[in-house]
Design a protein around this ligand. Structure first.
Ligand SMILES: [Zn+2]
Length: 629
């Protein structure tokens, strides 16, 4: 409010005449979606919106001694599209470890194998035996393409039944594999049907270890059979804990589900007393999850287990169990259960200030820094700060991409950008702020404006490396920060909640995000989207000149990079007093090249002026300072 009294944007020097109602560029896929009415410029799903579903019933056996994972599944696939599907595309993710498959991740020779062995495969009433029979059935990198003799008709269901096996990797952990000889984190382990959607049709992308995922929502019933000495953690609700966990652990589990305080469900004394599992444990662990995009599990025979619960929805009193399962040699992990608890509290009540969408969240001491619905696979970290920032980041992914069914492969910023800003605003609540203000801000500054930079809207599956990381994390994270500053908290959260409410359980595109925000904020933000997502503008504000205007001083700020950024001026007077003047990115709405800011202080009283702060990106900081001569 202060700026209204002392700080005026006094005149407009250049004006290039873009109107705020400008239309965003629609690629032809999106254009067709609008023509078909599956999407809508209101930001809400169109009246003809549809998405396909697959429900998975899976039985899986895994023995760490042989590393052989054997699975059997039935899939009920629901084609809600208006199209007859003449082919069905399956993803066999473990084939990332198959010899000869195209990949960007390095896999050590010892971890390469024969990939997924299909023992039996039925689709509808048809048994498929030959997977090298183009064009009827063939494997292409990690994909399996099946042309059933009968198409799957619009608004119909088909059943698939598949048995398979593969050897789980001991090294080269790309988001899955062995942690130690008796601890495993296992993801992407079952054949699944790729997404067929209204914008792109079949998702024919073959996972190569870099870009992330895009999955339909479905219900999962999974039975995991492991040797009897293991404890299993997984996506979903525990359906048969009493078949395996000891009375002692079960009681503590019940206690934790209503306790704010951390309960050590399994501590080292439980192992010594052999009081972790029942004597007659079955080794069969059942889990169920409704309307999720994926399923992962983990097991160990020596991990500790901490849990507490958080009221995530004040109106209903609903609680989420916050868990950490870890190797006692990793001292940083003794606080991770607490960090998980706090993250779930802050996501529910502070940012995005929306009830945590799942019943539990388990951080497993693993090999990577990766999220799955209700599960996180996080390596141990050297410092408390690293642990806090990693835990907040990965848990934040519960909203994006898992509550919202984001296409991470094509628009990584639609999930990583949110996890970045989530990490950057929640970590300081635990006393561990980011050194860069916002995680990866520097990475973005370094790339921006160079010949490696690409507009944020660019399909992320078409590029990788440094620009991929700079865009998906840093640029998107700072963009959401600048947007919040621009709209103010009330409008910002109103728009963010409208976006979440419009699209959770569905597949939003970037345009659905833009238009949900336009609608939810009641503002046409196309000028903002245009420059942050479609343009080549980069962050560089500069103090061009400071002029003496009698009782006031004029600061001329130049927008050299063209990206709309907040102007934040720190003024140090000659008597040592400091004052701050700030104005949102809206000041650049009409593409002005420079602005004059009036400081209500005599020029002669000012010792120095500094432009920017740690949250606002700026590629060239050397032009951000002015000192009185
Ligand atoms: Zn992430």
């Amino acid at each position: 409010m202060k700026m209204f009294f002392t700080f005026f944007v006094s005149c407009l020097l250049f004006f290039s005449g873009f109107s705020q109602s400008q239309q965003l560029f629609n690629n032809t896929n999106i254009k067709e979606a609008y023509e078909k009415g599956t999407r809508s410029p209101s930001g809400k799903p169109g009246k003809n919106y549809w998405e396909n579903h697959a429900d998975y019933n899976i039985q899986v056996n895994f023995d760490p001694a042989t590393r052989l994972l054997h699975g059997h599944e039935t899939i009920v696939y629901e084609n809600n599209s208006p199209d007859s599907l003449n082919e069905i595309i399956f993803r066999l993710y473990p084939d990332l470890y198959k010899k000869g498959v195209y990949r960007q991740s390095h896999i050590a020779e010892k971890d390469l194998g024969d990939g997924v062995q299909i023992e039996s495969f039925t689709i509808g009433n048809e048994q498929i035996r030959n997977f090298n029979d183009r064009p009827n059935a063939y494997r292409d990198n990690i994909l399996l393409i099946i042309k059933p003799s009968q198409a799957v008709l619009p608004h119909s269901k088909t059943n698939c039944e598949i048995s398979w096996n593969y050897k789980v990797n001991t090294g080269s952990p790309v988001r899955t594999g062995m942690v130690d000889s008796t601890s495993y984190f296992i993801a992407y382990f079952f054949p699944r049907i790729a997404v067929y959607d209204d914008v792109d049709g079949w998702d024919t992308w073959s996972y190569n270890g870099t870009q992330e995922f895009y999955n339909d929502f479905g219900n999962f019933n999974v039975e995991i059979n492991v040797p009897k000495k293991y404890v299993v953690w997984a996506t979903g609700n525990r359906e048969n804990s009493a078949d395996n966990l000891s009375e002692n652990v079960l009681n503590k589990f019940k206690e934790a589900s209503v306790s704010e305080k951390i309960i050590h469900l399994i501590d080292s004394t439980d192992y010594h007393r052999k009081d972790v599992l029942k004597n007659n444990a079955t080794g069969d662990w059942k889990f169920s999850a409704k309307n999720v995009t994926d399923f992962a599990f983990a097991l160990s025979d020596h991990y500790l287990w901490d849990a507490s619960s958080v009221v995530v929805d004040s109106s209903t009193g609903r609680r989420t169990l916050a868990e950490a399962a870890y190797n006692p040699i990793h001292k940083d992990y003794f606080d991770v259960g607490n960090q998980a608890h706090q993250t779930i509290f802050y996501t529910s009540h502070f940012y995005p200030d929306y009830p945590f969408p799942f019943n539990h969240e388990t951080v497993f001491d693993g090999t990577d820094q990766m999220e799955y619905p209700m599960m996180v696979n996080d390596n141990p970290t050297p410092t408390h700060k690293d642990a806090v920032q990693l835990t907040t980041h990965e848990i934040f992914h519960s909203y994006f991409p898992f509550f919202m069914g984001i296409n991470e492969t094509q628009y990584a910023w639609m999930d990583e950008g949110w996890a970045t800003i989530g990490e950057s605003v929640i970590s300081p609540k635990m006393g561990e702020p980011e050194d860069e203000g916002i995680f990866s801000k520097t990475r973005f500054e370094n790339i921006s404006g160079t010949n490696q930079d690409v507009p944020l809207i660019t399909n992320t599956k078409e590029y990788g490396g440094a620009p991929y990381l700079a865009n998906s994390y840093g640029k998107a994270g700072v963009c959401y920060y600048v947007l919040q500053d621009l709209l103010g908290d009330k409008l910002y959260f109103q728009a963010l909640h409208q976006y979440i409410n419009n699209w959770h359980g569905k597949h939003p595109t970037p345009y659905d995000f833009f238009y949900s925000f336009n609608n939810g904020s009641g503002q046409n933000l196309n000028w903002f989207w245009q420059r942050w997502f479609f343009g080549w503008q980069y962050p560089d504000l500069a103090i061009k000149k400071v002029e003496n205007k009698g009782n006031a001083a004029h600061v001329i700020v130049e927008n050299k990079g063209g990206l709309p950024l907040p102007v934040y001026l720190t003024i140090i007077s000659k008597d040592g007093k400091k004052s701050i003047e700030k104005i949102t990115a809206e000041v650049w709405k009409d593409e002005e090249k420079e602005k004059i800011f009036t400081i209500a202080k005599p020029y002669s009283s000012i010792a120095s002026i500094e432009l920017g702060n740690e949250f606002i990106p700026d590629k060239y900081k050397q032009n951000n300072s002015w000192k009185a001569k």
